[in-house]
Design a protein around this ligand. Structure first.
Ligand SMILES: *[C@@H]1O[C@H](CO)[C@@H](O)[C@H](O)[C@H]1NC(C)=O
Length: 273
């Protein structure tokens, strides 16, 4: 019996999630892990958010505490994150910004309320052999994004999120790997960013983009979760077609899902730095 529970524990540890402990701005990483990025609850355990439930408060920043420092970020900067493990699962990467309310500070604010704006999302591309490539998949960094030049100057929480979808055909099995950094945007513009949404509040467990059998739905039916960016419908279709031809060959006009075991494994390789 003891041996058996040891095995269970080993299985739980092997199914590790990647974390994003270090923000990189125009090629310059924060000085050390979790200095402008708020430590998540899982830097050691690598466990997912509570019950993989996107309506839990964990979905906001998954933070265990605030960070000591603030990164100064010129509007228009290129940003990305260092990951603790290889980002080896298929899935979308999102970036969000939330402006700190006037009477608060980014070192204190919890990010509650309708404050979040999606500034970037990724979609897979297809090569000439119909093989799917997810931007950033198998890299040790999250994909690059740009802080929009029109963003008003001020303090913000910047949120990175990768959503592995390899097990999302089961309820509550989409995964959410995320963290938030404390930043101060300078030389910004005077746009009025929107629409603003709350986290939790943006995603539902039953969202067809979160509980989704990617091999069984029509490709054109898929939308990224919490889509706020106006990507054209035709672009969605052509980009996602690549995914379906990669994991689910089209047979007799119907998408057929390959056996689950053919999908990428859950085990991530630790990063060497
Ligand atoms: C991402 O941004 C960094 C600078 O922060 C740059 O060195 C790198 O080439 C960029 N990568 C891509 C794929 O554009």
């Amino acid at each position: 019996m003891k041996f058996f529970s040891g095995l269970l524990l080993a299985a739980a540890v092997a199914d590790a999630y990647y974390t994003f402990p270090r923000l990189v701005v125009n090629g310059k990483p924060e000085d050390k892990d979790w200095s402008v990025t708020r430590s998540t609850k899982n830097p050691r355990s690598k466990q997912g958010i509570e019950n993989e439930n996107p309506t839990s408060n964990d979905i906001r920043c998954y933070s265990s505490r605030t960070a000591a420092n603030i990164a100064t970020v010129l509007a228009g900067s290129t940003i990305h994150y260092v990951s603790t493990q290889q980002i080896n699962h298929p899935g979308l990467t999102h970036y969000y910004l939330a402006k700190v309310p006037a009477r608060s500070s980014v070192t204190k604010w919890d990010g509650s309320g309708a404050a979040w704006l999606k500034i970037a999302t990724t979609m897979p591309t297809i090569d000439k052999n119909k093989q799917l490539t997810w931007p950033g998949q198998n890299a040790y960094t999250a994909v690059n994004a740009t802080i929009p030049t029109g963003t008003p100057s001020g303090e913000y929480l910047l949120r990175v999120e990768h959503v592995p979808l390899h097990m999302a055909m089961q309820a509550n099995k989409a995964q959410f790997c995320l963290s938030c950094s404390q930043i101060s945007i300078t030389s910004g513009g005077n746009s009025t960013p929107g629409p603003l949404v709350s986290q939790p509040g943006l995603y539902k467990r039953s969202d067809p983009s979160i509980q989704v059998n990617l091999g069984a739905i029509k490709p054109e039916a898929y939308r990224p979760p919490g889509s706020l960016l106006e990507l054209s419908r035709s672009k969605h279709v052509s980009l996602f077609e690549g995914y379906f031809s990669a994991v689910a060959p089209l047979v007799g006009g119907k998408w057929r899902r390959r056996a689950d075991r053919k999908l990428p494994s859950c085990i991530s390789k630790p990063m060497t730095r």
